[in-house]
Design a protein around this ligand. Structure first.
Ligand code: AMP
Length: 284
């Protein structure tokens, strides 16, 4: 496995692979890899001759009071994990390679409207502009046939699919289901921020998702009733504070009243200082 930091180097490797008739899979990540990321990488490995994983903590997608500076980073560990998952190329550019004039001086952005202002976007203004911009940039650099994303970030998948469709980008978007710890907690690089009491409290997210599924399976079709039971469950956990509880249309992300077809149940919860997300899609 090669670790490259330059755009020109990764382009050369992709060009060579294409000449050899290989297809290219890309797994964009912010590093501090866990089994969720590795599942994406193994899925890409099974489908492509060249698998590129990017590791880049993108300053454009963090708000001024968010955790950019303290976001966990460990490139050595990430490189050996990526190699074990069959990745061919880790692309780990420094910030100057991606934004030579500094992130604050970037003048060009990809703006997906409306769906980026809901759910996580309501609390994190500019977040999805940063995500869409860096993903578009990675697509231009790597030119993947398929890019792989986790359903853990459900809104991100909706935004990226919309961006690629509306900008006619020549890339397919593939997704993998949420990978969880044995007790249900969705894997996240941010889980390292949790102390033991918070780690226990964080189970309120997956419990909420499970409760929503149970209610839906029992025939509940009132979205407000689902939001209410989740709100009560989160309210019963002293270390948890919800940012949002959404039962929405999986394509438009508009809140539902009656659940008559597919629904996305999504939540963001602060556990102490750590903001965690979880979701499930009800196929209807
Ligand atoms: P991140 O490094 O957090 O930006 O995540 C990189 C990719 O891994 C994104 O497509 C995420 O949705 C995906 N991912 C993160 N956590 C999980 C998980 N627990 N299960 C599946 N995919 C995940």
């Amino acid at each position: 496995m090669k670790i490259v930091t330059g755009i020109a180097e990764v382009r050369a490797l992709v060009r060579q692979a294409r000449q050899e008739g290989k297809t290219v899979g890309l797994v964009p990540t912010m590093g501090f890899l866990h089994e969720g990321h590795l599942t994406l990488m193994r899925t890409a490995r099974a489908a492509h001759g060249l698998v590129v994983a990017s590791i880049f903590v993108n300053p454009l997608q963090f708000g001024p009071r968010e955790d950019y500076a303290v976001y966990p980073r460990d490139l050595d560990r990430d490189a050996s994990l990526a190699a074990s998952a069959g990745v061919d190329v880790v692309f780990a550019p420094p910030v100057e390679e991606m934004y030579p004039q500094g992130p604050a001086n970037v003048l060009t952005a990809v703006e997906v409207r409306d769906i980026t202002e809901r759910l996580c976007g309501a609390q994190r203004p500019g977040h999805f502009r940063g995500v869409a911009t860096v993903v578009a940039k990675l697509f231009n650099i790597v030119t993947p046939d398929v890019a792989y994303f986790g359903e853990k970030d459900a809104q991100q998948v909706v935004v990226i699919k919309r961006m690629t469709a509306e900008l006619s980008m020549d890339v397919a978007i593939a997704t993998v289901p949420i990978v969880r710890e044995a007790d249900g907690l969705a894997l996240s690089s941010r889980n390292v921020f949790l102390n033991p009491a918070e780690r226990q409290a964080a189970l309120v997210l997956s419990r909420s998702i499970r409760l929503a599924r149970e209610r839906l399976e029992a025939g509940e079709r009132n979205a407000a009733a689902i939001r209410k039971v989740i709100k009560e469950l989160i309210g019963s956990e002293p270390l948890a504070a919800s940012d949002y509880i959404s039962v929405c249309d999986p394509a438009t992300l508009r809140e539902l009243e009656a659940i008559e077809g597919p629904a996305l149940v999504a939540l963001a919860v602060r556990i102490g200082k750590t903001r965690l997300i979880d979701n499930m899609t009800w196929e209807g």
